[in-house]
Design a binder for this molecule. Structure first.
Ligand SMILES: NC(=O)c1ccc[n+]([C@@H]2O[C@H](COP(=O)([O-])OP(=O)(O)OC[C@H]3O[C@@H](n4cnc5c(N)ncnc54)[C@H](O)[C@@H]3O)[C@@H](O)[C@H]2O)c1
Length: 482
């Protein structure tokens, strides 16, 4: 596998070409060893304005194309991504620190699936006709204009594609700001979209920390903001977007429950708990970090879980055998260690893992936790599983729902009637029955309560990147009263 060049031509991508940022330096680190793999510059305020202006100028001609032509561009981009998946996945591994065995299957591949899926929806983006007797009305599904996309660092390229694909197929243009921790993938996406035939200026990338994101959100040319990030950032961005009555999609954090009933297949439930807590070193928004175990199987489940994670291969994420990589940054590792220390001082029993050292925090499991402990309430965004026990269905539903978050939830049981009954009552945007953390593009994904607003993926995402114009058609005389 060839090593990618990690230093991009320049930091920003505006109007179909690379442009150097005029703002502060943005070093890009490889989380595994802290080495600098690229040095970028933030966009200046003027450059954010140039990007939105360019996007605004390019949007009408793009929207005027037949939708299937837009679809072809997205599908060509998907094909290019798949051809270059090895190289792009290695770049993603360097940018995020995630094991290559994960990035090869879960990152660009998922991004390509979104481009392919929304490209294929092109011919279905129609309105309705509404009969009204003599008269009638019809609706036109229109783009919103310039959409701002702002990404988190855990799935940077997937997030960029999940936002770009529905926005672009609807005839919007986009200015995307990746997380300052992982700025490289979005630039590759911009290049690939150009190569696939996207007109210049329809997809632009600016780089920077929160202030650059805020400048983008406050730009009057922006019609919609789609953010993937934490709840506190979401609250700020939603409030700022409200000033200009901008549309929003908010994909935010969670503290999702994974419920395992006594009759569950323990092997499958333990596998799901592993995916729901330790994949991507636990840095996944929908993770099922509150694992509710029915009393009868609690010990057997924990024994099997600990046995399965004991031999996990932790190491250099570039090594194809590595299963578990470093944490994205020192700051995030410190945050996770603080949470682990709180778990210990609150009296939970640590049955696996611990604080680790340097960039690595091993898979950590707390048993005998209670709902009021910090580790059971707050999003940690690291490889820390909190196990809680319960007696019956009504109790576990109430406890699972007693959280301000509502991103996702999981239920393991062999009793499928119970599985559906519990899923129906859980306050979560996505529920898995006898599965966890699978997010195919065909199904809507997003949160309720503090976890977000709007949905990504599936045809439902189109609603969030379009608006409806109604046209009333009078077919006869106008009947005025005076
Ligand atoms: N629901 C989902 O789909 C999903 C997916 C991945 C991650 N997440 C969440 O993301 C969080 C982790 O990512 P993170 O640490 O990068 O999140 P973060 O909130 O710190 O940052 C997210 C993005 O927002 C930008 N930003 C920060 N302040 C801003 C402001 N005032 N205005 C505009 N933009 C601003 C950042 O630069 C970054 O690009 C976790 O809470 C996780 O649950 C959610």
């Amino acid at each position: 596998m060839s090593q990618p060049v990690t230093q991009p031509q320049a930091s920003l991508y505006i109007g179909g070409r690379f442009v150097e940022g005029q703002g502060d330096v943005l070093p890009v680190m490889f989380a595994f060893d802290g080495s600098t793999i690229a040095t970028l510059h933030e966009a200046s305020a003027d450059q954010v304005g140039q990007a939105t202006e360019t996007a605004q100028a390019a949007q009408p001609a793009w929207a005027a194309l037949p939708p299937v032509e837009r679809g072809r561009v997205l599908q060509r981009a998907a094909a290019i991504i798949r051809e270059r998946n090895d190289e792009l996945s290695m770049l993603e591994t360097l940018d995020t620190g995630k094991p290559i065995q994960e990035t090869l299957v879960a990152d660009w591949e998922s991004g390509a699936a979104a481009l392919e899926y929304f490209g294929g929806l092109a011919a279905t983006l129609t309105g309705q006709t509404i009969p009204l007797g003599r008269d009638w009305a019809y609706t036109i599904r229109e783009p919103l204009g310039v959409c701002a996309g702002i990404g988190a660092w855990n799935y940077p390229s997937q997030i960029a594609c999940w936002k770009a694909a529905p926005a672009l197929i609807m005839g919007n243009s986009m200015v995307f700001k990746p997380s300052e921790e992982t700025p490289l993938g979005a630039l590759k996406l911009a290049e690939i979209l150009t190569e696939a035939g996207l007109p210049d200026g329809v997809f632009n990338v600016v780089q920077g920390r929160g202030a650059v994101g805020a400048a983008l959100v406050n730009d009057t040319r922006v019609a919609k903001v789609s953010l993937t990030g934490s709840v506190p950032t979401g609250q700020k961005v939603y409030a700022a977007a409200a000033e200009g009555m901008r549309h929003v999609t908010m994909e935010l954090g969670g503290k999702s429950p994974l419920i395992v009933f006594d009759d569950a297949n323990i092997e499958d439930a333990a596998g799901a708990a592993i995916l729901a807590n330790f994949y991507s070193s636990g840095q996944i928004c929908s993770n099922g970090t509150r694992v509710f175990l029915q009393e009868g199987i609690a010990q057997a489940f924990l024994d099997r879980l600990c046995e399965r994670i004991r031999n996990i291969r932790i190491g250099d994420p570039r090594d194809p055998d590595t299963q578990f990589g470093p944490i994205i940054s020192d700051a995030q590792a410190a945050k996770i260690r603080t949470a682990i220390a709180a778990g210990q001082s609150d009296g939970a029993r640590m049955v696996a893992g611990g604080p680790g050292e340097g960039a690595f925090v091993p898979p950590t499991v707390f048993a005998d936790a209670t709902d009021d402990m910090q580790i059971a309430r707050e999003e940690i965004f690291g490889p820390v599983l909190t196990a809680l026990t319960f007696r019956d269905e009504a109790e576990v539903i109430a406890r699972a729902n007693a959280s301000p978050y509502g991103l996702a939830a999981g239920v393991f049981t062999r009793d499928l009637a119970r599985g559906h009954r519990v899923a129906a009552r859980l306050e979560a945007g996505t529920c898995w029955i006898n599965a966890y953390n699978l997010t195919p593009v065909e199904m809507p994904f997003g949160g309720v309560k503090l976890s977000g607003v709007g949905r990504e993926n599936s045809a439902a995402a189109i609603e969030h990147y379009s608006q409806i114009k109604t046209v009333y058609v009078g077919m006869g005389d106008v009947d005025a009263p005076y």
